[in-house]
Structures are given as structure tokens and as C-alpha cells.
Design a protein. Structure first.
Length: 127
């Protein structure tokens, strides 16, 4: 694999945790292998690996963008990642408040519901 892939996998594990990444890697097939390489190199090895902004800030931006674009299925994963990125519950609330004003209250409201449920799960499992 490429240096960007290796860096991407390192950052992906740092942000999402080994358990999540190992589970995703185990589910990878010939069909989606090229796609998994693309996101590991592009998203994790380039965007998330950049030192232009902190992981905390990147986490907040990612959550806001996911909510604003209606990509809700990724929100719980990125809420769990806040335990590693340093984004606090207050940071997440602030990000979703921006979503409410600039992208719509229904999207922010749904994102908040997902965040609350995910935080509750995290507290139950000490994840």
C-alpha cells in the first residue's frame, strides 16, 4: 500500500479506534476494497491527517457537515470518535446549533437526537 494509505489507516485508528476499524476491515470484500482504499487514502490519509486544524475542530466540522447534508447514518460513529478527538458535548451542541441556523432545524434536531442516544450508549458501555 501507499504511504498515504498507511498514514490514513493510522489516523483512522486514532480517531475511530481499533475495534471499529478492525470490524470494518473484516467486512471488506473484493467488491468494496477499492472504495475502502479511496476513503482511507483520501479522507483519512489526506483530509484527517492534515495538521491545518486540530482533530477536535475537524470532528466538529465533520459532524456539522454530516447533519447539514442529511448523512445521519455516520453521525453515531463520529459522536463516538469525539472521545478520541477531544470534541466535547458542548462543542457538538455548538456545531449542531450552526446547522440549525444555516442548514435547517429539522436536520439539527435529528442530529441532536442521534447524538443524545449515542452519548447514552457510550455512558452505558464506558466506550
Amino acid at each position: 500500500m501507499s504511504d498515504r494509505y498507511d498514514k490514513g489507516m493510522e489516523v483512522r485508528r486514532k480517531v475511530l479506534g481499533n475495534t471499529h476499524v478492525d470490524r470494518a476491515e473484516a467486512a471488506k470484500t473484493d467488491f468494496d476494497s477499492a472504495f475502502q482504499t479511496l476513503i482511507t487514502e483520501g479522507a483519512w490519509g489526506n483530509v484527517w491527517a492534515s495538521d491545518g486544524i486540530s482533530l477536535r475542530e475537524r470532528s466538529m466540522l465533520t459532524l456539522a457537515l454530516l447533519a447539514a447534508t442529511g448523512n445521519f447514518e455516520e453521525i453515531p460513529m463520529h459522536i463516538r470518535a469525539t472521545a478520541r478527538t477531544g470534541a466535547s458535548k458542548r462543542d457538538v451542541l455548538e456545531a449542531f446549533q450552526h446547522v440549525a441556523i444555516y442548514a435547517g432545524v429539522p436536520r439539527a434536531n435529528h442530529a441532536l437526537k442521534l447524538a443524545k442516544a449515542t452519548y447514552a450508549e457510550m455512558e452505558q458501555s464506558d466506550d
